[in-house]
Design a protein around this ligand. Structure first.
Ligand SMILES: *Cc1c(COP(=O)(O)O)cnc(C)c1O
Length: 388
């Protein structure tokens, strides 16, 4: 039976044990046993597909991987202990010394640190391009360019990048096109449809959605995933079966959760835009968003992140954060709890002022990760804080 997204998220399930459990059980075991010497031989040569050791595979991680593949329209995947485990594992598998990476400028902080502080020691160089200047991407391609890397929507500027356009450029020049799809989730956007070869997620965010566990995953074409799998099983950043079990359960409710995240985020974005203390609001599904048409083309809804600029600048930004009472002051996102962050003084404080501006961060900018509380309660909290 050909099923839809929500059904796949619930009905993709490992084979039941002899106990006929309804809900997937947790397999907390580091290793697995064999029938006899021949069974063991066939398993180690991979003639037989089965679990050997949980660093290689485990029923719970396999279920999680299979589910995300169904959701992303991917052939196969590898799960990691965290989103950064997936990001690093993916680059470490496909890059070689002397390679060049073309990356969007606005990317997750630790990924930026990886490119800046670690890749140069393996002689891997990175060139950044601006979200609104994709025409510059083609001219920035060098002989040793291996991949194009983006996140969309971006963090924390909530810019939308034309994935189809980049997918075409990557294909034309035989580059790997790698997309971190964490902000959108597979429910709102499937980069593979736009030509992505590999799609990365920090499952820590909306996939878990309740701020409990860390996890990461990379999905894509079978031959690429095979290479990634061999790297992952030998380097050890494997997802724990317990976290995989949590994440697979969480994915059952991803669609209904993200629907509510998006509904509340759009409502708050509209109200903020009409508020006299606010200079601008960025949300992909607001008609005022510079890439609104593109967002509607490649995303189902606008996502859970809203960013806005207070008229009072840096001082107003900090005052707003201090005055918030219900929402959490935290650096995380994609939680059932609404989170407010002041990027200029926290997540992006290591960047110079120019570097901050280049990725759309200003002093009075607030990033709101809209949770699942009642939207009127959230608005009351935000409105009260704005009065300060
Ligand atoms: C959080 C995040 C990561 C890193 O994930 P962890 O699970 O924290 O390691 C990578 N990319 C994006 C876009 C993120 O938001």
């Amino acid at each position: 039976m050909k099923t839809k997204f929500e059904t796949k998220a619930i009905r993709t399930q490992m084979e039941r044990s002899s106990f006929q459990e309804h809900s997937t059980p947790l397999h907390l075991t580091s290793s697995f046993v064999f029938e006899d010497a021949e069974d063991m031989r066939a398993s180690f040569t991979e003639e037989k597909q089965r679990n050997i050791y949980s660093r290689f595979s485990n029923p719970n991680t396999s279920e999680f991987i299979q589910k995300v593949c169904e959701m992303e329209g991917a052939e196969d995947g590898v799960a990691f202990a965290s989103g950064m485990g997936a990001v690093f594992g993916t680059f470490a598998t496909f890059l070689e010394a002397g390679d060049h990476v073309l990356s969007a400028r606005a990317i997750f902080g630790s990924t930026h640190t990886l490119f800046t502080n670690y890749f140069p020691k393996w002689n891997i160089q990175t060139t950044y391009f601006d979200t609104d200047q994709l025409d510059a991407v083609e001219t920035a391609i060098q002989k040793n360019t291996k991949c194009i890397y983006v996140e969309s929507p971006t963090n924390p500027g909530v810019e939308v990048i034309d994935l189809e356009k980049l997918g075409r450029i990557a294909k034309k020049h035989k580059l790997l096109f790698i997309v971190d799809n964490c902000f959108a989730t597979p429910y709102l956007q499937n980069p593979i449809d736009f030509g992505a070869d590999l799609v990365i997620h920090s499952a820590t965010k909306l996939m878990d959605g309740q701020g409990r566990v860390l996890g990461g995953i990379t999905v894509g074409k079978k031959d690429l995933i095979r290479q990634l799998y061999l790297f992952a099983r030998n380097t050890g950043a494997s997802l724990s079966p317990f976290n995989a079990w949590i994440l697979s359960k969480s994915l059952e409710t991803l669609a209904v959760r993200v629907d509510r995240h998006c509904e509340s985020a759009l409502e708050l974005a509209k109200r903020l835009e009409a508020h006299p203390e606010i200079k601008w609001v960025k949300y992909p599904f607001l008609p005022s968003h510079p890439q609104h048409e593109l967002a509607k083309k490649q995303m189902k809804q606008g996502g859970s992140i809203v960013s806005f600029e207070l008229k009072g600048g840096l001082k107003a930004g900090k005052t707003f954060i201090d005055a918030i009472q219900l929402c959490s002051r935290s650096a995380n996102l994609g939680d059932s709890r609404t989170i407010v962050t002041h990027p200029a003084s926290t997540t992006h404080s290591k960047l110079s002022k120019e570097a901050q501006l280049a990725v759309g961060i200003t002093g009075g900018m607030i990033r709101l990760s809209v949770g699942l509380e009642h939207v009127e309660d959230l608005w009351e909290d935000i409105q009260n804080a704005l009065k300060k």
